[in-house]
Write a new protein. Structure first.
Length: 296
């Protein structure tokens, strides 16, 4: 199977599997909160219904921002390894720095487009999202830098192969804990759903989205979830064959949903104090252990 076909397969799995998990997550949250909740396929209905409607435009910057956000997410999801070397579409481009660069393109595209709408709620939401990125990315990058130093590589599929003797969850448990806490912020799960906050800023960046644009940004969110959890499974849980990878992905997603369903939302200053407190301290502690060779 060539790299292009693998990339297309990556995108298909990302779309159908993550949308299904979103529906399951909504059902789990409802059950935890003693509600019935929507059917598991509700996310598919939401996306296709939105794509069937005509969008409202706020100008070419708004339009281009939506396309840039979706394009960045698609490009990242297309090259990220799905659990093993075999499911690595392009082995020479699965470098962590390339993935982070492409992923940033999507985030910046969304920020540019939503601010271009002129709605103050969208600007507040984008500001919160970028501030939150500053919070969770610092400890996350320190942990990954420590790991790249330990294994002497930034290639994701090589990091998977290095875990043949044991997952990084067990080799660097402190780093894995920090990465999972950062993952909750990346996913926008409570208590880190500050950028959306429907009761406060009317869904923030998405307040001006409608019709096809809303559907496209939902798809962008789906691909973003796929990339974020896939990186965690690859780097800390050893990847695995196709079905083993999907099982690990499912477990990480359900754990994130369960945590989100019982926690209240942080305020923006509380979020920064939290991430630059315990997780950042643990990230530096993990880096110190790696530099000293004190890994399990």
């Amino acid at each position: 199977m060539t790299g292009v076909y693998k990339a297309i397969f990556n995108l298909a799995i990302a779309f159908f599997f993550v949308l299904t998990l979103e529906g399951i997550g909504r059902k789990i949250t409802a059950r935890v909160q003693r509600r019935i909740g929507p059917p598991w396929y509700q996310s598919f209905i939401d996306v296709f219904k939105a794509l069937s409607k005509h969008p409202f435009s706020n100008g070419w910057i708004f339009d281009f921002g939506v396309l840039m956000a979706l394009g960045g997410a698609i490009a990242t999801a297309a090259i990220v390894p799905m659990g093993s070397t075999f499911w690595t579409p392009f082995p020479n481009t699965d470098n962590f720095f390339v993935i982070m660069y492409l992923f940033a393109v999507g985030a910046l595209g969304m920020a540019m487009g939503m601010v271009g709408s002129g709605n103050p709620w969208a600007s507040i939401g984008v500001t919160r999202a970028l501030t939150q990125m500053l919070g969770y990315e610092l400890p996350y990058l320190i942990v990954l830098a420590s790991m790249m130093f330990y294994y002497k590589t930034a290639s994701i599929h090589l990091l998977i192969e290095k875990q043949a003797g044991g997952w990084n969850l067990l080799v660097m448990p402190i780093g894995a804990i920090v990465a999972f806490i950062s993952l909750l912020g990346m996913l926008g799960k409570k208590p880190f759903d500050i950028a959306i906050a429907p009761a406060e800023i009317a869904s923030g960046p998405m307040v001006e989205l409608s019709g096809k644009y809303l559907g496209l940004l939902h798809i962008m969110h789906v691909f973003s979830i796929f990339v974020e959890i896939t990186l965690f499974v690859d780097v800390f849980l050893g990847g695995g064959n196709f079905w083993w990878f999907l099982l690990k992905f499912l477990i990480v997603w359900i754990l994130a949903v369960l945590i989100s369903s019982v926690l209240p939302r942080f305020r923006i200053e509380q979020m920064l104090k939290f991430y630059w407190g315990v997780p950042l301290g643990l990230a530096f502690l993990n880096a110190f252990f790696v530099l000293m060779g004190w890994t399990l």
